[in-house]
Design a protein around this ligand. Structure first.
Ligand SMILES: [Fe+2]
Ligand SMILES: [Fe+2]
Length: 163
């Protein structure tokens, strides 16, 4: 599985997009997040198989990535099947409540990212790490960066239009 590279985005430029274009941009992030976490899961399983007994391998990492993927999917599903269609339909008077709930998900996800940073020693593989292990940490670093950008796009641009 390959990852999806996203073009750099600035909040000032994102603010000039209309709702539809902004949602399209956010969905590109959603696709990239799922791809990255699926790639990371595949890689971490290979690394665990080969180096699971190494004292440098974070034993909790495979389950942590798996959990992040599950929670990410359910969060994205609620945005894609409820929030975004409501925004695009223009019936936005009750959106404040769903936006508050999604913001709580974002806080939980940020906690999970902090744990990812700790487990991977700030995405720094040990000196003896194999290429797969290094690639795993690179993918995790990319996911961390993209996810934080995506939360900014939602909270500081899209959600602000309706709260
Ligand atoms: Fe999202
Ligand atoms: Fe979100």
């Amino acid at each position: 599985m390959t990852t999806i590279e996203l073009p750099p985005v600035e909040l000032s430029r994102a603010r000039t997009l209309d709702d539809e274009a902004l949602i399209r941009l956010i969905m590109q992030y959603h696709d990239a997040h799922v791809r990255d976490l699926m790639t990371a899961l595949e890689l971490v399983e290979r690394v665990a198989y080969r180096h699971g007994d190494s004292p440098d391998f974070p034993a909790a990492l495979p389950r942590h990535i798996d959990r992040m993927l599950t929670e990410l999917r359910s969060h994205q599903m609620r945005e894609e099947s409820v929030l975004f269609p409501v925004i695009l339909s223009g019936r936005t008077d009750t959106l404040r409540y769903s936006i508050a709930a999604l913001g709580t998900d974002h806080d939980d996800a940020q906690d999970q990212l902090e744990r990812l940073v700790r487990l991977t020693d700030d995405f720094t593989p040990p000196a003896h790490a194999c290429a797969t292990w290094r690639r795993l940490y690179d993918v995790c670093r990319k996911f961390d960066r993209d996810f934080r950008e995506h939360v900014q796009l939602e909270e500081r641009v899209l959600f602000q239009r309706f709260s």
